[in-house]
Design a binder for this molecule. Structure first.
Ligand code: PLP
Length: 495
């Protein structure tokens, strides 16, 4: 059966999976969603003994039905290879009474690698299938991790170019260095004078600019997105939740059919939405616990049914979650509205015009699969310190937000189900915050010296991705104002 995709803002028009991957965002500004949610067609008993790559095929073939077996297996083999520093790709580590699913063993040591190592292959395969001959220009706004992961994924992939925009003072030093040292003749990196939402809004405007699209076409270019709104990002993320459950079963940590809870440190709502999709595919997940930092728009939304971005934007130690507009939430809104594109459009129009919207009581009832929580900066730092002291395990600040929220949820709800935590970045990537949380004496030390201290403290070797930037040359120095992104793109493409 061929699974088709629709825009969250258009009830009529459908596209194939490869068309949706190529387009990224729908022409009406909506997000592509499958017209029905596919189910797993293999049992957990079978999944138990599958490798990551085999699990990826079993899950992704249900979504990307217009890819041949050969095409999909080729994409998977190119993505999940020795770029990852462990053969299991996503290790499951027991930390105290929770299970951490470590999603940071790829090229850039953050969870974005899970999807961005396969997206370039899905995209170039989609282009071939649809007889696209234009050069594909990937435009990406990043709060830190997406940028580097996308650059690493697309660098020197024939037929593609990539332009990454990041907020100048909104990412860690390590994140910035990772990006500005990126090699590859087809890569560009631009620092924006503004925050992540400015960058993301700017990129969205470029995608919606039909005049620009026309100009690009004439010069042989076509935009596409590597942001988590692309279903080519979302679908590969469903895989690791299926994989994690199957491994918990294999390791006899849970009984067949036993429900678990999943806590996800959330920003753009992509990772947790993938967990929701895994649940709908048939994985026994009870609660999806959405963990926010001090930018707690989502916590307030789950509590009140009002989404309101009109508030102060806080810079925290978990910058990849410093987001006031969680783009992927639109897919959940559409689902709980009963796949009603008109209702979705109405709410998104309100978000654009007033920065807020209220869902109906009927919609709110359908959110019972979710729970929300948040961690303050102090709580996040305390979670890092306490976990280190009691178990010796070192978490990055994003994961620590989830660990705090998970513990608070357990205590407040009395829900004793086993807990899976999506562990989204290596502590090496946020070494300053992490080491200062462990002991204030590290606060005055320089980042690279702290890397050696972290190695001693954690007993895990310095990842290759970090070794690399110690000596790499800075190749990208371009900056621009948030309202000049269009001119900058035109200049870079020489159009
Ligand atoms: C992107 C990111 C997140 C947030 O994930 P979303 O899919 O945007 O919700 C959390 N932690 C880290 C380290 C990230 O890079």
């Amino acid at each position: 059966m061929n699974l088709l995709y629709k825009s969250t803002r258009d009830a009529q028009h459908t596209v194939t999976a490869s068309e949706a991957i190529l387009k990224g965002l729908a022409p009406d500004g909506g997000l592509f969603v499958p017209v029905s949610m596919p189910k797993l067609d293999v049992t957990m008993e079978q999944l138990k003994d599958m490798s990551y790559q085999e699990t990826a095929y079993a899950v992704m073939k249900q979504f990307l039905t217009d890819f041949t077996e050969e095409e999909l297996k080729h994409c998977i083999a190119c993505a999940y290879d020795s770029k990852f520093d462990t053969e299991v790709i996503a290790p499951l580590v027991k930390v105290g009474d929770t299970y951490h699913l470590e999603l940071f063993h790829g090229a850039t040591i953050a969870f974005k690698d899970m999807a961005l190592s396969i997206l370039p292959h899905l995209l170039t395969t989609s282009a071939k299938k649809n007889h696209v001959t234009h050069e594909i220009v990937i435009l990406t706004a990043t709060s830190g991790d997406t940028g580097k992961a996308a650059l690493a994924g697309f660098a020197d992939v024939p037929g593609t170019r990539i332009i990454v925009f990041y907020p100048k003072n909104g990412v860690s030093r390590v994140q910035e260095l990772q990006m500005v040292t990126q090699k590859g003749a087809n890569t560009s990196v631009v620092a924006i004078h503004g925050n992540f939402d400015n960058a993301q809004t700017g990129v969205k405007a470029l995608f919606e600019d039909q005049e620009l699209e026309q100009e690009l076409m004439e010069k042989g270019f076509q935009f596409s997105s590597a942001n988590s709104i692309n279903i080519g990002r979302l679908v590969p993320q469903v895989v690791y939740y299926v994989y994690a459950y199957a491994k918990l079963l294999k390791n006899e940590e849970i009984a067949p059919g036993e429900e678990i809870n999943v806590t996800v440190p959330t920003g753009n709502f992509g990772n947790i939405l993938a967990a929701y999709y895994a649940k709908q595919m048939g994985v026994p997940i009870a609660k999806l616990i959405c963990a926010s930092n001090e930018n707690k728009v989502l916590f307030d939304f789950f509590r009140t049914g009002t989404y309101d971005k009109n508030r102060e934007f806080v810079l925290t130690s978990s910058p990849s979650m410093d987001i006031l507009i969680s783009s992927n939430l639109e897919r959940l809104i559409y689902t709980i509205a009963g796949a009603d594109a008109e209702k979705d459009q109405e709410l998104m129009d309100a978000l654009k015009a007033e920065g807020r919207y209220d869902i109906t009581p009927e919609m709110k009832e359908k959110l019972s699969d979710f729970a929300g929580g948040y961690a303050t900066e102090e709580e996040t730092m305390a979670a890092i310190r306490d976990t280190y002291r009691s178990t010796g395990y070192v978490m990055d600040p994003h994961t620590a937000v989830a660990a705090h929220v998970c513990r608070a949820y357990r205590k407040d709800s009395g829900d004793q189900r086993k807990q899976l935590i999506a562990s989204t970045a290596s502590p090496y990537k946020f070494v300053k915050s992490v080491m200062t949380a462990i002991d204030e004496k590290y606060g005055s030390m320089e980042e690279f010296a702290l890397i050696d201290e972290l190695e001693k403290a954690s007993g895990t070797p310095v990842p290759h991705a970090i070794e690399e930037i110690r000596s790499a040359q800075i190749l990208h120095t371009r900056e621009c104002d948030a309202d000049k992104m269009k001119d900058t793109v035109k200049e870079m493409l020489a159009i």
